[in-house]
Design a protein around this ligand. Structure first.
Ligand code: BGC
Length: 351
């Protein structure tokens, strides 16, 4: 294993963004950037040993700041996904957040994703990013530190260890927002990727994609990914949980005890043979196929543009808006002075 640090580029405010590239014995590599503690590139072999980059992103760090380009590869905090009416209560105290989407908050307002993280440690096979957020920043209680340790192994496993520490009881739901396309090609959508999600239920949503608190059954609907099949098979079927033309952008409730570490999903590209398994100790995963991205005109990496359905995100998390359903959905608060930890792994192979 080896690690190399390079300069990626400057942000409009003059901040420089660094890249840390970890390479394993097979030549597989992951490039992690200080901006948003994000995954900028991830090169893994196909069934013939050919390496290719399987995450979407950009050649210039500036584009990562554009929310219309969908949080490519970035870490998300303090609380990923949607919070209805941009508010929630803890022990009778109401907290108000920035509403950055209509009347609700998406991805905690975005601050964690769009600034540089401190590098606490870099070793041959790991990078540990750290971000501090003071009490009541963006309305969230607690002096809050989020640490994310990325570990890359010789077995092509990318492991993300999240640690939250706060001095007040608070909400935390960090995730990573990488979009995968296992083909390694610069064209085509993920509709021909096979997907399996170990979930019998999804969170029902209203017309703004905000959870209603109810769980829907996947059985007999386009939402069912219990059997490995192509994402595109049913993506455009009309269904109550799907916004016309967008396709999947839904939280799945994983079949497991909430904090057990198990396989959540499998993504497979038949042509290259590349396979990715997602493991997590969190209860949910947001399946998002980039349906809100523009169909053309967006930048990307080389010829690979960040456009409609080019990549699929599998964001491990507590269910969206859990802060407003803390008794109904499986959720744990970060308690004062106690480290709250969660782990997700992306395991790559080829067959
Ligand atoms: C959301 C999408 C959103 C995307 C980028 C996903 O987690 O579910 O609706 O467009 O993030 O912000």
């Amino acid at each position: 294993m080896s690690i190399a640090k390079t300069f990626f580029g400057n942000l409009p405010n003059g901040d420089g963004v660094d890249l840390y590239t970890i390479t394993n014995k097979n030549g597989s590599s992951v490039s992690l950037m200080t901006l948003g503690g994000g995954i900028q590139a991830l090169k893994v072999p196909d069934r013939n040993g050919e390496l290719a980059d399987v995450v979407l992103g950009f050649d210039d760090p500036v584009h990562y700041l554009n929310t219309d380009l969908g949080y490519q590869g970035l870490l998300v905090g303090r609380v990923a996904n949607r919070i209805r009416d941009a508010k929630f209560s803890i022990d009778g105290v109401e907290y108000h957040l920035p509403a950055n989407q209509g009347t609700w908050t998406l991805h905690g307002g975005g601050r964690f994703s769009f600034t540089n993280w401190e590098v606490e440690e870099a070793t041959d096979n790991s990078v540990t990013f750290k971000k501090f957020s003071p009490d009541m920043e963006d309305g969230f209680p607690g002096n809050f530190t989020l640490t994310v340790k990325y570990i890359f192994t010789d077995e092509d496993v990318l492991r993300l260890e999240y640690t939250v520490l706060s001095d007040k009881k608070t909400a935390a739901n960090p995730t990573n927002h990488a979009y995968f396309n296992l083909s390694g090609k610069s064209e085509g959508t993920i509709e021909n990727h096979y997907l399996k999600i170990n979930a019998d239920h999804f969170t029902e949503t209203d017309s703004d994609q905000l959870p209603t608190g109810e769980l829907g059954e996947v059985k007999g609907t386009m939402m069912d990914f219990n059997d490995l099949h192509k994402i595109g098979d049913k993506i455009d079927e009309p269904f109550r949980a799907i916004i016309d033309g967008i396709g999947y952008d839904n939280n799945y409730c994983l079949n497991k005890a909430p904090r057990d570490f198990t396989q959540a999903a499998v993504l497979y590209d038949e042509e290259s043979g590349r396979k990715m398994e997602v493991y997590t100790d969190l209860p949910g995963v947001q399946l998002y196929c980039g349906g809100w991205l523009a169909k053309e005109g967006n930048p990307g990496k080389g010829d690979s543009k960040v456009i409609f359905r080019r990549g699929v995100a599998l964001e491990t998390q507590f269910y969206p808006d859990s802060v407003n359903f803390p008794d109904k959905f499986p959720f744990s608060y970060a308690m004062p002075g106690e480290e709250f930890k969660t782990v997700t792994e992306f395991r790559f192979s080829a067959e």
